[in-house]
Design a protein around this ligand. Sequence first.
Ligand SMILES: [Zn+2]
Ligand SMILES: [Zn+2]
Length: 117
Amino acid sequence: MAEAAPGIESHKSIDYRVWDHGPQPSGFTVTDNGADGGLEVSGTCPACHGWTVTPWPYGAVGSKGVLGSLLGRGAPAPTRPAGRRTVYCECGHLHPNRPETAWDYGCGAFWTVELPS
Ligand SMILES: [Zn+2]
Ligand SMILES: [Zn+2]
């Protein structure tokens, strides 16, 4: 009956720290929700072990941009991001010593994930 998010029990309340964890070849799932939903990168943060989901919008956002108007009428085909992208921890926990200027909702760790093309 309990609906615990995966990995939430092993979350570590480590101090906030901007920390490059490099490429993560496995353990991350990339979900493609189409041009409206965008991509979603989910997995367990290598630093605090929290469950992190990073939305990656594309399509709707790009078609409204300056590039869209430069290309003339009609929405341009949405470009799905591919290749190696940087993902920040978004575990949603308030880590100790998190600076007020921090914009992410995680422990400060970041790493790269290979998006399928
Ligand atoms: Zn965390
Ligand atoms: Zn984290």
